[in-house]
Design a protein around this ligand. Sequence first.
Ligand code: FES
Ligand SMILES: [Fe+2]
Length: 432
Amino acid sequence: MLSRQDNEMMCRTGPDTPMGAAMRRFWIPVLQLSEMPAAGADPRPLQVMGENFLAWRDQQGRAGLFAEACLHRGASMALARVEDDGLRCVYHGWKFGVDGTVLDTPNVADPRFKERIKGRTYPVREAGGFLWAYLGPRGEEPEFPRLPFMDVPQAHRINTYAVVNCNYVQVIEGLVDSSHLTVLHASGLSKTNGVELDFAKNVSHMQFDASPAIEADETDFGFHYVAMRQMGDKRMARIASFIAPCFVANPNGDLWFAVVPVNDERCNFFHVWWNAKKEIGLEPMRTQQLAFVGLDEPTLAKYGMTRDTCDSDLAPSWKNGYRQDKAQQRAGHFTGYDSFTQEDAACSISSGGIRDRSQELLSTADVAISRLYRTLLACAKAAREGRQIPGLKADVGGVVGVSAPIALDQDWRTLVPQHKIVSGARAAEHRQ
Ligand code: FES
Ligand SMILES: [Fe+2]
């Protein structure tokens, strides 16, 4: 449970908010590279944390991210003329390169004027199938993170994303909430038996214990938590890591998420799977994997979860009963949804555009949820007070999610010895 005030502070990420300021201090994925314009093609409009941008590649193939509003008097750069080395605003002809260099200001007589100003562009990187951007104060970008999926060739990776019409925190909650898997996804999990897909094999055991023991530790990168389920004379430990400000390494070990606010009531839910040995990014493996969890293009479009459909009536909302199929539910399916992704989205969206956390009752199953609140609020408060943002300086290259059987007396933390635990008594214990 949170006060209304803290809830607002945690959820709102617009340019003048504490959480927005915290998030803008990190490198975040803003677009899938598959959606990035080709060299010299029209710029692509996108929204991140309530602000409008344009992604573009100049004729030399250099990627850039522009604020939509022209530096001069704010006309949309979406209207701009595409020229070889820059975008030229159609209003008065100011022209900007991808690195912010002002190349021309034809309505100003002084030819040196343009040398004294800088265009509204942001540092970007292309890695792991995403365009990453740093949207914070100029010159203060942190080191670019080196994540495990960035080192595999494209054919060994699946990048995809769903557009979810609710606040980003609700989607992250679903990723650090092991107990819902056994219940909400019961029908999907029951279909995993014998399925020859890595994802199915990794999650199949979760059908059997709906009340896992949950423990969480604060770490230098955010927090990690475990869900332990009984399995004969052993326990199955599933450890997920939350990496500030909006990333989660899934316990399956081959799946990583970024939940990036589009605005306060919509987010892009980026997924990336990777496999050093298999070419999972090629067909038919790619579509098999995506279809199993409801992330294939036809299913996402059917539920209004793509960029082109998220404003349509197909998107789950109060008006359309969140697109649930009640007849299918009555006929025996637990939820009446096609797959995991739609079940998660329905629960997240149906709790409100920005869920009111002053009206909830957390239990022992929600240890990681309250840890998430604390971590995000710590980031927001640090930004508000001008202190170092938790997680900003952490080396996240070795941060993982893990799933493995452990003996009843084994400490689950031995599965992630590289994670730096920083919270109180547990940290002391662990360091001994
Ligand atoms: S508003 Fe863009 S050049 Fe004037
Ligand atoms: Fe889920």
